[in-house]
Design a protein around this ligand. Structure first.
Ligand code: EPU
Length: 455
């Protein structure tokens, strides 16, 4: 499940290119149709949920991305058999769950943050969980204090060792009252995956309510869990004695869909994103339209296009759902370098998610990052101490450059920037993009991009 290019498309031959580099010649609009499948930020968690069951689960529309490969490896290390029974359809059989060797888990977990979500299920199944140092994108501190505090509230004992974190639950896990300091996606999932088999009732306040979380709740309900989502970010979970396997088609990847939408806008192109749905993208669609983009909603997807005329500047604050997702700002910022006027993006979720703008500046963009954030009279989201702001003044013409990808979403924005730029760009570290974008090289080729990639 880990290959970067399954259909082995190569747009050209280039001597001296490493497998982690792509050369892009910009200036061509991206045009055509691509499909998005299950969301990275749901499919990986749904796979972990299968560990809670006593019978096999079937997950459909699983994307071919490296984060899915990491979770597959981890599940297999714990004795869960993972079989691809049809393209994108996984059968996950947890009948023989067993302890894994720490070295094995450590080697597998390196590039992902999902391993932390194994804590609850492993405590239920094996009475012990070992969590290595976590990977994931370097977009800030990314602490795990909410996760550990929640697990302690359930009765887990958390010991830090030189290897990582060891959790045990000598007296079992019991329902708890938990209030998150911030509606963290991961910590909400941690509580859900732990509370479903804990004894008694759990009340979670200030929960995240992203569509991927709702889809995880739907999966857990199919497995036999009792979960009620109440007004004002409150979730009640009544623990049950056992859960059975599920059969589920993963929610589409709205982050990937929004990325291709911004690619269409920035390259003055026209992309039909098959599988994208309006309801999970409403906030994005409003900003996309305000920036001058056009879209048509169809039953089987959404067409995103540049309708002609100048792009318009926008002010955006990233936020938890139903706000504008932090994962949407990076590709959009490339399009905003073409807008006539000053755009402001306030990043309120992570403290360091503008690193990717260095490369855009090198390519000719006029972007100033304010590390302490900036005041804005029009703001909608309460100010967070960690927030930053990027001020983008356009329109600017980008030119090709040699750039290195720092993280997943920033990396995709670098691809888009190179596609819009005049001349040639060499982008290194391109493998990071396969963590979250299925077959992106094939998709670039299908949309008519001009590039060399040796794979
Ligand atoms: N936070 C803490 N302590 C914690 C957990 C989180 O302070 O114990 C803070 C974070 O530092 C951050 C904020 O809470 O400032 C929100 O983090 P959250 O826990 O919501 O993020 P996450 O679960 O680690 C997921 C996605 C991210 C996405 C965010 C926000 C996965 C695997 N990752 O991260 O996706 O940006 O939610 O929606 O689901 C990506 O796909 O590229 C990506 C980074």
């Amino acid at each position: 499940m880990n290959s970067l290019v399954t259909d082995a498309h190569k747009a050209g031959k280039r001597v001296g290119l490493t497998s982690d580099q792509i050369v892009i010649r910009g200036g061509k609009p991206l045009e055509g149709r691509i499909e998005v499948r299950g969301a990275k930020n749901l499919a990986t968690k749904a796979m972990v949920a299968a560990l809670l069951a006593d019978t096999p689960s079937t997950l459909k529309d699983v994307p071919n991305i490296s984060d899915v490969g990491v979770v597959t490896g981890m599940l297999e290390a714990y004795g869960v058999s993972v079989t691809e029974v049809a393209p994108g359809e996984l059968l996950l059989d947890p009948s023989n769950v067993e302890k894994a060797h720490f070295a094995q888990i450590d080697a597998l977990a390196g590039s992902s943050r999902i391993p932390i979500l194994f804590c609850g299920p492993l405590l239920h199944r094996l009475g012990e969980a070992l969590i290595p140092d976590l990977g994931g994108c370097r977009i800030g501190d990314r602490p795990i204090d909410f996760h550990m505090d929640a697990l302690r509230a359930f009765g887990a004992i958390v010991d830090k060792s030189y290897e990582g974190i060891r959790l045990t639950a000598p007296n079992g896990l019991k329902g708890a009252e938990i209030e998150l300091p911030y509606p963290s996606v991961g910590a909400t999932e941690q509580v859900l995956l732990t509370a479903v088999l804990a004894q008694g009732v759990t009340e979670l306040k200030n929960a995240a309510i992203e569509p991927e979380i709702m889809d995880l709740i739907a999966i857990l309900q199919k497995m036999g869990a009792i979960i009620s989502v109440e007004p004002n970010r409150v979730i009640f979970i009544e623990g049950v004695d056992k859960l059975h396997g599920y059969n589920h088609r993963a929610l589409f990847d709205r982050n990937e869909a929004a990325s291709w939408a911004s690619a269409a806008l920035a390259t003055e192109g026209d992309i039909f994103v098959g599988g994208a749905k309006q309801s999970e993208l409403m906030t994005f669609l409003n900003i996309f339209r305000k920036a001058g983009g056009a879209f048509d909603i169809h039953e089987d997807g959404i067409r995103f296009y540049h309708p002609g005329g100048p792009l318009k500047p926008v002010v955006v604050e990233t936020d938890v759902h139903p706000g504008f997702m932090t994962d949407w700002q990076q590709p959009l910022i490339v399009a905003l370098t073409k807008a006539e006027g000053i755009s402001i993006v306030h990043e309120t979720v992570y403290e360091n998610r503008f690193g990717f703008t260095d490369a855009l500046i090198k390519m000719g963009a006029n972007i100033v990052v304010h590390k302490e954030g900036i005041e804005s009279v029009t703001r909608r989201v309460p100010r967070r101490p960690l927030e930053q702001a990027a001020v983008i003044t356009g329109p600017t013409k980008l030119h090709g450059a040699d750039i290195e990808i720092p993280d997943l979403r920033g990396g995709f924005s670098h691809l888009i920037a190179a596609l819009t730029a005049e001349g040639e760009s060499t982008i290194s570290n391109v493998g990071i993009i396969s963590r979250g974008y299925e077959h992106f090289i094939d998709k670039l080729a299908m949309l008519g991009a001009d590039f060399d990639y040796e794979g």
